[in-house]
Ligand binder design. Structure first.
Ligand code: PMP
Length: 435
């Protein structure tokens, strides 16, 4: 496929060389789409991306998840342009769109009584942990191994660079991780043991989970797991945080909490909450927990701080509000999910026909295509990360080979579908995967 890039993507090659001079590593996004060089994408519309050389790609990256309507939907764009005409992107004052968005989220997810808009999923996780600690007066948090909750110091624990065994923890002092523990996906006994051990040290403020399993379900958990974690949290006086940065509105307008019928204390939002516009983050949940952010003092005599010059700006809130309205009106999660089902069934058929050692499964519009054996490994295995050795190269090769055939994926192993993925688009993609 390198020959294809040489012939077909000279403008991207040039753009990559220019970026290399001023951007560390020459790329800011999508670390798995760079061999031989990253593609310079200059147009995005519905189901398609177009690069600087005029090549067209089916877009199964969908920017990493926020665009369930497809890229740059005209109805949302019109509302954003209207706002820019009248108000501009930011004033630092209260704007009606903030309240409208918070109300709408509560309509879809009744457990989100109060909602605070922030700048990103990473910030929203930080805020959720802070609120949990302020409310419970406890310091420890527990996350599930392999889960991604953004890049703040305290949750990077355990994230490894695939294939190297090295922690992605350069620049993070060990003390920053002192109150963070990890247990393996699905391992309730380990979670109970950790909660009990923490109880002897002042207790656990929160357990944070990605409800479909770590890394958007790369390590899937059973359907019962979330309910069982809920019970354990109640037993230990610990709050349950659902990280719905990916699943929120994508799995359904009720999110994973609707899908699994489990009520978390706090929910973390990102991506969809600003409909693909910047400033996509928020935390919401039980009134008495969210009260930590109300400006007053908690029982412990302290106040929990959130901030952000651009947090809850009119542009993000307007884009988020109209995106969610439009998604609901058009039944976008179900349509994107149907595209995911069709794609996964087609991939299964190809895998069977060519007898490939691959595995696929999907949660609606979150589709996994594992070509590197990750599912055969247990996160409990102490050599897990060493055994993942070939994975990084494999993912890079698969993602670039798919792109050369006209399909952009997330790291060659995950696919986000949108409602712009009609049957024709999915069939075109399946033909590309077959090639
Ligand atoms: N949590 C999860 C589950 C995510 O997938 C991500 C981003 N991929 C984040 C948190 C962080 O969100 P952001 O990139 O907006 O900081």
């Amino acid at each position: 496929y390198h020959a294809w890039y040489e012939q077909r993507t000279p403008a991207s090659k040039q753009a990559a060389a220019e970026a290399e001079a001023v951007i560390p590593g020459g790329v800011q996004h999508n670390l798995a789409l760079n061999d031989p060089w990253p593609l310079s994408v200059v147009r995005a519309e519905g189901a398609y991306l177009h690069d600087a050389d005029g090549n067209r790609y089916i877009d199964f990256l969908q920017a990493g998840g926020p665009t369930v309507l497809g890229s740059n939907p005209p109805a949302v764009r019109a509302k954003v342009l209207e706002l820019l005409e009248h108000c501009g992107p930011v004033t630092g004052m209260l704007h009606p769109a903030e309240t409208r968005l918070a109300k709408l989220i509560h309509d879809f997810m009744p457990a989100v009584h109060k909602f605070r808009m922030l700048g990103s999923g990473t910030e929203a996780v930080m805020a959720a942990i802070r609120a949990a600690r302020a409310h419970t007066g406890k310091a420890h948090i527990i996350k599930v191994g392999g889960a991604y909750h953004g890049w703040s110091d305290q949750v990077v624990y355990g994230l490894r660079i695939p294939g190297t065994g090295s922690l992605e923890a350069a620049g993070i002092p060990k003390t920053a991780l002192a109150n963070t523990a990890e247990t393996a996906p699905g391992d309730l006994e380990a979670l109970r043991a950790r909660l009990a051990a923490n109880a002897a040290e002042g207790g656990t403020a929160a357990v944070i989970v990605e409800p479909v399993g770590p890394e958007s379900g790369t390590h899937p958990v059973t359907r019962e797991f979330n309910a069982q974690v809920r019970e354990l949290c109640d037993e230990f006086g610990t709050l349950l945080i659902f990280d719905e940065v990916v699943t929120g509105f994508r799995l359904g307008m009720g999110g994973a909490q609707g899908y699994y019928e489990v009520t978390p204390d706090l929910t973390v939002f990102g991506k969809c909450v600003a409909g693909g516009y910047p400033g996509a983050g928020g935390v919401g949940g039980r009134e008495e927990v969210m009260a930590a952010f109300a400006g007053g003092l908690t029982a412990a005599g302290q106040r929990a701080l959130t901030g952000g010059t651009l947090s809850a700006n009119p542009l993000s809130c307007t884009a988020g509000y109209h995106t969610l309205l439009e998604m609901d009106r058009l039944d976008a999660p179900a349509k994107a999910g149907a595209a995911g089902d069709r794609l996964r069934e087609g991939l299964d058929a190809l895998i069977a026909r060519y007898e490939l050692p691959y595995v696929t499964y999907n949660f609606g519009s979150i589709v996994h295509l594992h070509t590197s054996g990750v599912l055969h490994l247990s996160l409990n295995d102490p050599e897990f990360f060493d055994k993942l050795g070939p994975r990084k190269d494999m993912l890079e090769h698969m993602s670039m080979a798919f792109a050369a055939e006209g399909v952009i994926t997330l790291a060659g192993s995950r696919i986000y579908t949108s409602m712009a993925d009609t049957d024709d688009v999915v069939d075109e993609a399946l033909a590309a995967f077959e090639r």
